[in-house]
Design a binder for this molecule. Structure first.
Ligand code: MN
Length: 722
């Protein structure tokens, strides 16, 4: 460690500083941290060419200046070890305990946040996120000290880095320092950032300040001597300071109020620091008696402290030569808090309990975060706190580095719906930090979330169990309701269509005519679609609707037509049966098996349910005993007639050759035998059943005559087919 001699000296200073404000400090811890840091950073250099160790030592020095505890100082020494060397959090825990390991881990995590310079809202989210991640405020204090030293050595970086880091400092870290009430740190950070962001402007104001230094000093001295003289006369002990305004705030003032440098007069702010509160008011009275106060500029934060506890009297008066001067009046204690902010509470105080203060701290910090305006200083409290500043929120990144805020417990679905409802609807999961996770996965602060979608995906009801944001919930509900409504509309329309068909109406035509819209409006719906939905949901009846739609006499007419049409409709393709029913040739008919009518027979029809018309012989007993309302006229259509089967029973003597003789009769009469079945009854008698094809009754009659003329045939009978 020869090359770090210079650092050892400086490190020695740090030890001395800590010992001075905290005599019982665990210096071994700090020394151990220093040795460890030197070892793991060995061989590393900064952009300036200095050994890397110079950086953590400088950071620890800043923390010691802030009078922070030894854990904070040790963390300053170790803050880059996990990120930039082979050291691990586990190793730090083994060597230095979990407190230090957690602090270093916290600082490392913040360093890994991929910042993006975007609009103000984003910057605000980043600040919140850092606060949320700095569960222990010391993490943030170390991070701020780290940033301050980096800003102090920024000249060694490439121009691009200077700009990026300076923007980040201006947008994120300086406001954070202000929030913590550490004014000097905020001012330093802004000043350094401004110098790099607008070097020419910075140089211009700096030069003008230098040029006017003597002149201003004369003026400041004049004011100081007038005030001092007056204090002595009144026998009031006071410290009076004239403080030059910083370049960045002069720049802002010129910009905001459109002033030239020469027009900015209050380049110096005066501060009077006193022993007691009553002195503060006395001195205020004296100042106002010396110089005329500017109306509206007096503020009493003494009687009414800011909600973060800041206390001071502010006034602006018309000073010597008619220039405005700003004066702050406060006690020593108030001054310390105003300058050091949260660090004033954090710095070591002997014998103070940690836990007592916790609740107060959490409340105070919360209030501070919620505050829109800039805060100046905090008040009482702040010890060894571990606070979850945003227990109900998580901060996550888009793949492009945009930051989004969600309620704790949010999932990829909440994230997806925050992008667009279509992204939400088609979300199947997400890659979180590059790893695929399900829809139910809970997001954690710091995650980078990339939504995975599929065109086949559709929201379902149980998604509602996995979302935390109102937006996602609403979108999912809408989708489900819309889907159900769509189904209801389709079902409703179908019912209406079916009902209309009964009245031989086509729904498309009725819709086109505007008839349905008229009825829908009669039912108090805006559109027929709404009406269909209502029918689909079962709130309305399609029948009632159609009844309303079609006048009574129409319905009667259609009823009759329907009946007739039904008879025709139920018939299969034009019948070749050769039968006309009520003069129609294409009615579906069957021939009754009981009487099996043949062309030439007198016939009548019977309307059956669903099977067309059954044709019977006109005097068939089955028909005459039936419901005569269903009996219809029928006749043979000779042109369409074709062969029909008929069953005969022939009684004859039992002798050889009988079957052959009978068969020859059929053949000679041009009739085919389909089936023959002869049985012998006894020695003398035989009986034959024959199914033959005939053209008509005349044909059959001829055959039967021929049969009867055959010797041995005693009787011929026509039977039904059953
Ligand atoms: Mn660092």
């Amino acid at each position: 460690m020869v090359e770090t001699t210079n650092q050892i000296v400086r490190f020695g200073e740090i030890q001395d500083m800590v010992k001075a404000y905290y005599p019982d400090a665990d210096l071994d811890l700090i020394r151990g941290a220093y040795v460890y840091s030197a070892r793991v950073h060995q061989g590393q250099t900064r952009m300036s060419g200095e050994p890397y160790l110079s950086h953590p030592v400088a950071v620890a020095g800043i923390l010691a200046q802030m009078k922070l505890d030894e854990a904070s100082v040790a963390t300053g020494l170790l803050h880059d070890t996990v990120e930039d060397t082979l050291a691990t959090t586990d190793e730090l825990e083994r060597f230095f305990g979990s407190e230090i390991a957690n602090l270093v881990d916290g600082v490392t995590k913040i360093s890994k946040i991929p910042f993006q310079s975007k609009e103000e809202r984003q910057a605000e989210n980043f600040r919140k996120m850092i606060l949320a991640m700095s569960r222990d405020i010391r993490v943030l204090l170390v991070k701020l000290a780290d940033r301050l030293h980096n800003m102090r050595t920024l000249q060694h970086m490439p121009r691009e880095s200077q700009i990026r880091i300076s923007r980040e400092t201006m947008e994120i870290y300086a406001p954070l320092a202000a929030r913590l009430g550490i004014y000097w740190l905020r001012t330093d950070l802004e000043e350094l950032a401004f110098r790099h962001l607008e070097p020419e402007r910075f140089a211009y104001i700096e030069k003008r300040l230098e040029d006017s230094l003597q002149e201003r000093q004369v003026y400041v001295n004049t004011v100081l001597s007038i005030v001092r003289e007056r204090m002595e006369k009144e026998n009031i002990k006071a410290i009076i300071k004239g403080r030059n305004k910083d370049i960045h705030s002069i720049h802002k003032k010129m910009l905001n109020q459109h002033l030239e440098f020469d027009q900015v007069h209050d380049l110096t702010a005066f501060r009077i620091i006193l022993d007691s509160v009553s002195d503060c008011y006395t001195v205020l009275g004296l100042i106002h008696s010396l110089w005329k106060p500017v109306p509206g500029r007096f503020k009493d934060y003494l009687a009414m402290p800011k909600s973060n506890g800041y206390q001071s009297l502010h006034t602006t008066v018309i000073g010597p030569e008619g220039h405005r001067i700003e004066i702050q009046i406060r006690t020593h204690e108030m001054d310390l808090i105003a300058e050091e902010g949260i660090a004033a509470h954090w710095s070591y105080k002997e014998g103070k309990s940690v836990d007592d203060e916790d609740a107060k701290v959490v409340n105070w910090l919360r209030q501070m975060m919620e505050w829109q305006q800039e805060l100046e200083d905090p008040r009482e409290f702040l010890e060894n706190v571990r606070v979850d500043l945003y227990p109900d929120e998580v901060y996550v990144f888009t793949p492009k580095g945009d930051l989004k805020e969600f309620p704790k417990g949010s999932t990829p679905l909440d994230f997806a719906y925050s992008i667009h409802s279509e992204v939400g609807h088609s979300c199947v999961g997400a890659r979180v930090n590059g790893k695929m996770v399900s829809l139910k996965h809970e997001l954690v602060t710091g995650d980078t979330v990339e939504i995975v979608t599929s065109v086949h995906q559709r929201p379902s009801k149980d998604w509602l169990k996995h979302v935390k944001t109102g937006r996602a919930r609403t979108k999912i509900r809408h989708y489900i309701m819309a889907l159900e409504k769509e189904k209801a509309i389709a079902m409703g329309r179908e019912s209406v269509e079916r009902e209309l068909k009964k009245w031989r109406l086509d729904i498309a035509r009725v819709e086109k005519d505007g008839e349905l819209l008229r009825i829908a409006q009669e039912f108090n719906f805006r559109t027929e679609t709404e009406l269909y939905a209502s029918i689909g949901y079962g709130r309305q009846s399609a029948k009632v609707l159609v009844t309303r739609l079609i006048p009574l006499h129409e319905r009667e007419k259609v009823k009759i037509e329907n009946f007739e049409e039904k008879q025709i409709k139920e018939a299969p393709p034009p019948s070749k049966s050769g039968v006309r029913v009520q003069g129609l040739s294409d009615v579906m008919v069957h021939f009754a098996k009981c009487c099996n009518p043949l062309p030439g027979d007198m016939i009548r029809g019977f309307i059956t349910r669903g099977r067309g018309v059954t044709i019977h012989e006109a005097d068939c007993p089955n028909l005459t005993e039936s419901d005569d309302k269903r009996i219809v006229d029928a006749s043979w259509d000779e042109k369409q007639a074709h062969d029909r089967m008929v069953k005969l029973v022939i009684h004859s003597v039992n002798r050889p050759g009988m079957l052959a003789t009978i068969s020859s009769v059929f053949t000679s009469n041009d009739s085919d035998i389909i089936q023959a079945n002869v049985s012998v009854i006894n020695d003398r008698e035989a009986r034959g059943f024959f199914v033959i094809k005939v053209r008509n009754v005349d044909h059959l009659t001829r055959i039967m005559h021929s049969l009867k003329r055959v010797k041995g045939v005693e009787n011929v009978e026509r039977l039904g087919m059953a």
